[in-house]
Write a protein that binds this ligand. Structure first.
Ligand SMILES: *Cc1c(COP(=O)(O)O)cnc(C)c1O
Length: 465
C-alpha cells in the first residue's frame, strides 16, 4: 500500500477511543453496546475503503464522530416506537392502523407471558382447536354460520380464492379491480391463487347481464370487492349485492365479498351512513365475507372470513391455511376486542370511539389544548380551527368527519423546521400542515397525547430562545 494512504489510515481514531466518548453512552442505552459498535465499525470500514480508493485525502475526527452520530440517530428512529397521531386519520396504515383497547392490551400481555390453552381443550383434556372462541364470537356478532381467522385480509382473500377457485374462473367487475394500500392488487392476488380472472363490465358501469354472459362451466365464483378509497362518480352503475346473490345462487356459483374495513355495527346514527355491515352482507346471502381485524373492527392485524360452514370447512383443511395462521397474541387481542363488540361497549374500542366522537366533544378538547398552549407560548400564534378528519382504511371515503384542530405557528421556526423537530421528539408527533401553521387534529389523540404536544412545543420554544 502506498504511504500517504497508510499515514491517513494510521491517524484514524481507534474504535475504543470512539466508544469511550460521552455522547455514545446515550445511544448505548437505546440500542445496546454491540449494536452501537457494529454501526460505528461499519462507518469506519466505509471510511477506510474511501481512503484506500483515494477518494479522501484527510479526515477530521469531528467529521467521523458526526457521521457515526448520524447513523446512530437514523437507527434509533427506525426502532418501532409509539407516536402521537395528530393527523385526524383514524385508521392510518402508515401509523399502525387501530390502537388496541385496554382490555385487548391486557389480554395480550397475560397470554404472551404464560402458557395458554391455544390448542388445548380444557374440558376434555385433549388437543383443541386454535381460534375456537374468536370464531364463535365472530359467528355471534355477524350472524354467519361459521368463521375463520387468518393473518390479514389479503391472506383471507388469497385463501378463499385458492381453496374455492384454483384452476377455475373468477368473475370480477372492472370497476372493482382496485389496488389498495399500494400492495394489495386484486388481479395479482387472483393470479397468485391460481384462479383465472374474468373481467366484466367497464370501469364505470357493470350490469347484471355482464356477469351473466361471463358465466361458463369453468366459473367457480363471483368476487365482489369494496373499492375502499377509490370512487367512481358520475355516470356509473354497479350491480346491487342482492342481484349478485340471486345470480350466484341460480348459477350454482359462490359469491365472495372482500369488504375491506369490516364495519360490524351500523354507524348511521353517528352520522356515518352508507357503509354495509358484515351482518348485512351475510343477511343478503353473500356466501363468504372477508375483512380486516385492524381497521374499523379496532383490533389487531388479522383477516376474518365469515359465511357458509361447508366453504369455511374447505378452507380450514386447505394446506395454505397453515402458512397464514394467526399468532396467539393476535388471537388474544382479537378475542378481547370482539368481546367488547359483543357487549356493545364500543366506547372502549379506540378506533370506534374516535370515529363516533361528537363535534362538541372535539371542540372542547381543542379549546382546552389551545388554552394551555397560549399560556405556555404567548408569542406564538395559537387558534382552534374547524377541520375535516377521515376514517381511513377505505371505509366511508365520502364521509369526511367534522373535527377540530389546534393551529400553531411559531414566531421563529418555519413550519418545516417545527415538523422536523416534532418527528424527532420522544414520542415523535405527526401532524398536518396548513399554510404556515401546524394542525394538531384532536380526534386521533390518545390519553396523555396533549401533554406530549405541549411539552414538545415548549421545548421547541426553549430551543429557539
Ligand atoms: C384494506 C383492504 C384490504 C387489505 O387488508 P389487510 O388486512 O391489510 O390485508 C383488502 N381489501 C380491501 C377492500 C381493503 O380495504
Amino acid at each position: 500500500m502506498n504511504d500517504p494512504f497508510n499515514a491517513i489510515l494510521r491517524a484514524l481514531p481507534s474504535m475504543d477511543s470512539l466508544l469511550a466518548k460521552g455522547w455514545i453512552s446515550l445511544f448505548e442505552d437505546e440500542l445496546g453496546r454491540s449494536a452501537v459498535k457494529s454501526i460505528a465499525s461499519e462507518a469506519m470500514d466505509e471510511l477506510r475503503k474511501e481512503i484506500i480508493a483515494g477518494q479522501r485525502m484527510e479526515v477530521e475526527e469531528n467529521a467521523i464522530e458526526e457521521e457515526i452520530r448520524r447513523r446512530l440517530e437514523a437507527r434509533v428512529k427506525m426502532k418501532l416506537k409509539p407516536l402521537v397521531n395528530a393527523t385526524g386519520v383514524v385508521v392510518h396504515t402508515n401509523l399502525g392502523r387501530s390502537p388496541l383497547a385496554q382490555e385487548a392490551i391486557e389480554t395480550v400481555a397475560s397470554i404472551a407471558r404464560s402458557y395458554s390453552n391455544l390448542e388445548y381443550d380444557l374440558a376434555g383434556g385433549s388437543r383443541g382447536h386454535r381460534g375456537d372462541h374468536v370464531e364463535w364470537l365472530l359467528e355471534r356478532i355477524t350472524g354467519a354460520e361459521s368463521a375463520l381467522v387468518v393473518n390479514n385480509n389479503a391472506g383471507a382473500v388469497l385463501l378463499a380464492l385458492s381453496a374455492l377457485a384454483k384452476g377455475r374462473e373468477v368473475i370480477v367487475s372492472r370497476g372493482e379491480l382496485v389496488e389498495i394500500g399500494g400492495s394489495f392488487r386484486i388481479p395479482e392476488i387472483l393470479e397468485l391463487s391460481g384462479a383465472k380472472l374474468v373481467e366484466v363490465g367497464t370501469t364505470n358501469r357493470t350490469y347484471p347481464k355482464d356477469y351473466q354472459s361471463a358465466i361458463t362451466d369453468q366459473t367457480a365464483l363471483i368476487l365482489k370487492v369494496h373499492p375502499s378509497n377509490y370512487r367512481i362518480v358520475g355516470f356509473t352503475s354497479s350491480v346491487p349485492r342482492s342481484t349478485l346473490t340471486d345470480l350466484a345462487r341460480q348459477s350454482g356459483l359462490y359469491l365472495v365479498e372482500d369488504l375491506g374495513s369490516g364495519v360490524l355495527e351500523d354507524l348511521t346514527e353517528s352520522g356515518l351512513p352508507g357503509e354495509p355491515t358484515v351482518s348485512e352482507c351475510i343477511k343478503d346471502g353473500v356466501d363468504l365475507v372477508t375483512f380486516s381485524g385492524d381497521k374499523l373492527l379496532g383490533g389487531p392485524q388479522a383477516g376474518c372470513i365469515v359465511g357458509r360452514r361447508d366453504l369455511i370447512d374447505r378452507m380450514r383443511s386447505y394446506p395454505l391455511l397453515r402458512a397464514l395462521r394467526t399468532d396467539k397474541m393476535t388471537l388474544a387481542a382479537l378475542e378481547a376486542t370482539l368481546s367488547l363488540h359483543m357487549r356493545g361497549d364500543w366506547s372502549s374500542i379506540p378506533a370506534l370511539a374516535m370515529v363516533t366522537a361528537s363535534a362538541e366533544d372535539l371542540l372542547s378538547r381543542a379549546e382546552a389544548l389551545a388554552e394551555k398552549l397560549k399560556k405556555e407560548l404567548p408569542s406564538w400564534c395559537v387558534s382552534v380551527k374547524k377541520v375535516y378528519d377521515v376514517v381511513g382504511g377505505g371505509a366511508f371515503p365520502e364521509h369526511p368527519l367534522e373535527g377540530y384542530a389546534v393551529a400553531v405557528a411559531s414566531p421563529h421556526m418555519s413550519e418545516e423546521e417545527l415538523c422536523d423537530f416534532l418527528r424527532s421528539f420522544k414520542p415523535p408527533i405527526i401532524c398536518n400542515v396548513s399554510g404556515k401553521s401546524l394542525l394538531f387534529h384532536v380526534r386521533t389523540l390518545l390519553l396523555g397525547d396533549e401533554d406530549h404536544i405541549e411539552r414538545a412545543l415548549v421545548e421547541a420554544w426553549g430551543g429557539e430562545r
